[in-house]
Design a protein. Structure first.
Length: 87
């Protein structure tokens, strides 16, 4: 089957050198390398799904219904602090 692919210049040069060294065509070398890569990927043990450990932080100390207002106030205070440092 024919297909057009884009290969990084450095990788292509290395593949071409290996093909010349082993005296095989570029197509044969590409197929060989792709087969090896696919076989290695199949043989790898399947990854376990990532599980995040969960911790309880207890009850919130602030009223979360006003969390956005608190965040905005803290942000405003930080902006004022930075502006004062420039003076």
């Amino acid at each position: 089957m024919r297909s057009t692919v884009r290969i990084d210049d450095q990788i292509f040069a290395e593949i071409r050198q290996r093909a010349a060294k082993e005296r095989v065509s570029l197509t044969q070398m590409l197929n060989r390398l792709l087969r090896r890569g696919l076989k290695a990927a199949r043989e790898r043990s399947p990854r376990q799904p990532y599980r995040e450990e969960i911790f309880s932080f207890g009850r919130p100390r602030a009223d979360l219904r006003k969390a956005l207002a608190v965040a905005a106030e803290l942000e405003d205070e930080e902006i004022v602090r930075k502006l004062e440092l420039r003076k």
